[in-house]
Design a protein around this ligand. Structure first.
Ligand SMILES: [Ca+2]
Length: 107
């Protein structure tokens, strides 16, 4: 499970991104593709997945999206969320893996 903290929306308050690579939003739907949820700060208490303001869901079963996460400034200085999916096939190579770069500096 990936976890990253940083200011994703540029408001000066730390936000949290959490990955669930072995899960799906609806457990009744079969093999898990993985997903990432973003919780903007300040936040307290428990938050159900469906309540999160931003969720990224893998495109195929078994992609393992969210195994690792990072938050860093992009080339334009705005925050970027990097989310790894290590089991995504690339150009015929099974489990080659990819890292998605998601600019989230404007909300
Ligand atoms: Ca923030």
């Amino acid at each position: 499970m990936g976890l990253a903290a940083g200011d994703l929306d540029g408001d000066g308050v730390v936000d949290l991104a959490a990955g669930a690579p072995g899960e799906r939003e609806n457990p009744e739907e079969g093999a898990p593709p993985g997903w990432v949820g973003v919780l903007y700060g300040p936040a307290r208490g428990r938050h159900a997945a469906a309540e999160l303001p931003l969720r990224l869901v893998a495109s195929a079963d078994g992609d393992a999206l969210g195994i690792a996460l990072a938050i860093a400034p992009g080339l334009d200085g705005l925050p970027v969320l990097a989310a790894a999916a290590y089991r995504v096939p690339v150009e015929g190579f099974d489990d080659a893996g990819v890292v998605y770069l998601v600019p989230l500096g404007l909300r």
